[in-house]
Design a protein around this ligand. Structure first.
Ligand code: ARG
Length: 318
């Protein structure tokens, strides 16, 4: 079922605490007829489901520079009011499945809304991102301050190794490994460092298509060992590494149209998969695998090269 995109956030329903420039404020999330309570799913439940989800409101979101192919020709074209509605709709739906945490957005940092790039957190340890692009580097200090205030230990990280957080590092609970993407934003060396810091095995994959510049734009490990991905985004040896670790019956390859709709940029919580869009074929495959795809329009964020997964960061139990 497609959930309503128009249900307003009103002072009813569940309560979430939200940071704003003025301090803390409360966001009320309404349950409506169109937004039914969560349903049971056949998808296996795992530690990914006990996540808190970290987000950053799009108060200052716009496209005013270009650092990936999606942003070219989009400068000044994102509709901020619509982006706020789309983001609130996503947040409201996620709030039914997980606890949300918010960092205050900052003026002049339009991409801060892409909270996946804040860092990678497992348990109470976090690696804060070291952005490759000058435009996003000022976000590091704000994300770091949030993690410190929340009691996380910030792991030391060398200045010369780029790492863009959970945009390029995806946990695969069923294989107990972290898939790492490199080639555009994060350095190849990031994987080995993460392995030492978190004591999780890492597998590094080279991204070769500039449109899929972060791993989470083209690769999405799911509970139960499933994987949704777009093979042409990877070089040949990375495609082989994926095939060696994920049996073919668990690999859901998406077509180019689904890749372009950011179908791989999905957030899975409690067997539900939140995504901007997906073809009927892909939705059917996901349902057959026991998941419940939930489409939520994020057109304004795609103008900056991000969608559902980019807007969220799971703060995972160790
Ligand atoms: N405009 C942002 C950038 O290029 C989009 C980031 C999307 N985030 C992600 N996790 N894929 O950095």
């Amino acid at each position: 079922m497609r959930l309503s995109k128009s249900a307003p956030i009103t002072p009813h329903g569940s309560k979430q605490t939200m940071e704003s420039e003025e301090g803390s404020m409360t966001l009320f999330l309404q349950e409506t007829m169109e937004n039914p309570p969560r349903r049971q799913s056949a998808a296996p439940q795992g530690s990914a489901n006990s996540a808190r989800i970290f987000m950053c409101a799009p108060a200052h979101y716009c496209v005013d520079y270009s650092i990936n192919p999606w942003m070219e020709n989009q400068i000044g074209k994102a509709d901020n009011a619509l982006a706020i509605k789309q983001w609130e709709n996503l947040a409201r739906q996620l709030a039914k499945e997980a606890e949300l945490a918010f960092v205050a957005p900052a003026p002049g940092l339009p991409d801060m809304v892409f909270a996946a790039n804040a860092g990678l957190a497992i348990g109470k340890t976090v690696v804060v991102s070291h952005f490759a692009t000058r435009e996003r580097q000022p976000e590091e200090r704000l994300f770091r301050a949030w993690f410190e205030r929340e009691g996380f230990t910030v792991a030391p990280w060398p200045q010369d190794i780029m790492f863009e957080g959970a945009g390029d590092a995806l946990l695969d609970h069923s294989r107990s490994l972290i898939w790492c993407g490199y080639g555009w934003r994060s350095s190849e060396a990031a994987g080995k460092l993460l392995e030492r810091i978190f004591a999780w095995r890492t597998v590094s994959l080279r991204l070769v298509d500039p449109r899929y510049y972060h791993l989470d734009t083209c690769f999405c490990p799911l509970e139960g060992g499933w994987l949704v991905y777009y093979p042409p985004a990877f070089d040949a040896s990375s495609q082989q590494a994926i095939a060696a670790l994920v049996p073919s019956e668990k690999r859901i390859e998406v077509c180019e149209d689904d890749a372009r709709s950011f179908a791989c940029n999905a957030v899975d919580v409690n067997g539900r998969i939140f995504m901007n869009d997906a073809s009927r074929t892909l939705q059917h495959r996901l349902r057959t695998a026991g998941f419940e795809p939930t489409l939520t329009d994020l057109s304004e964020f795609i103008k900056a090269g991000g969608a559902a997964k980019c807007l969220t960061l799971k703060l995972l139990e160790a």
